[in-house]
Design a protein around this ligand. Sequence first.
Ligand code: NAP
Length: 304
Amino acid sequence: MFGKKKNTPQIDKEQLELIQNAQRRIKQKKRLFAHFAMFLIGALFLILANTVLGIGKDFKIAGIEWFVFAILVWLFFLLYHTFNVFVTHKFMGKSWEQQQLDKLVSLQKARIEKIKSELKKEAPVIAESEVYNETKSSDTTGSELTIIVAAAENNAIGKDNKLIWHLSNDLKRFKSLTNGHHIIMGRKTFESFPKPLPNRTHVVITRQVDYKAPKGVIIVNSLEAAIDASKNDSQPFIIGGGQIYEQAMMIANKIELTRVHETFEADAFFPEIDLNIWQEIDNEFHKKDANHDHEFSFITYIRK
Ligand SMILES: NC(=O)c1ccc[n+]([C@@H]2O[C@H](COP(=O)([O-])OP(=O)(O)OC[C@H]3O[C@@H](n4cnc5c(N)ncnc54)[C@H](OP(=O)(O)O)[C@@H]3O)[C@@H](O)[C@H]2O)c1
């Protein structure tokens, strides 16, 4: 019934910035090291150029060899570079790296804590809904209390205590859905049958205290008592007629409707289906044919 979110590893902006800083820092240090190496080679070359090759042998500044000045100037730039890397950029060597690492770790910890607290909040709701579902599926008062009915466009269902039409596929569907189950009905509907239907437990509702019925038929004095008598059935059916449907609409979980696409004169009617309460989940249209004088649709509703 509840979408599944795709889990993609996420790095937020702040973390990305920290990683980029660390990379930049490594590059800076590498460059400084290269500069230092170049300085050593360069200084050696300048000394050799002057002393061995005799380049600018006679050129002195304040009595000091020119290459000494050149090396000092370069050394100044090297020190400036070093200062920039270690001081101007406020991040300092290993301690800075550790600091960044600590920051990353604390960010991850905060995120884990947040997820944990969200889970704690959701857990009772999940548990509650699981308990609800379990209770629902093991509800002995009939969690799948299902109304089964054939009604015309004007909700007509019967006249003179008889059905108005004969639709062979509707009867087949009624038989297959209710087979093996309790069928709950009003006294008048019961009396409209020539005899009890096979392989179903009949529960008949009447206000009469001494109502006589064939063996095996359960007689009760209210709809509640009928549901109670069907408590061992996972899907008892309310099969009519008008009076019983009216009362059962408030407590049923499902409606299996055969909508006959015509209007008929009648004296028993099915209540209006309120689409704010009921959700259509299945709809199967059938045309007229040799066995069916009317167009009809099998429609299933569940309580929202
Ligand atoms: N198209 C379909 O799917 C479909 C299905 C079923 C029936 N039908 C038709 O519907 C018509 C019958 O419907 P209906 O409304 O006239 O009668 P019904 O609902 O079948 O039976 C009414 C009787 O049930 C008893 N009853 C009702 N509420 C009760 C309560 N709260 N406590 C105790 N007993 C209660 C009363 O029996 P007592 O008078 O004995 O006290 C009442 O007279 C027939 O034409 C039948 O063919 C059509």
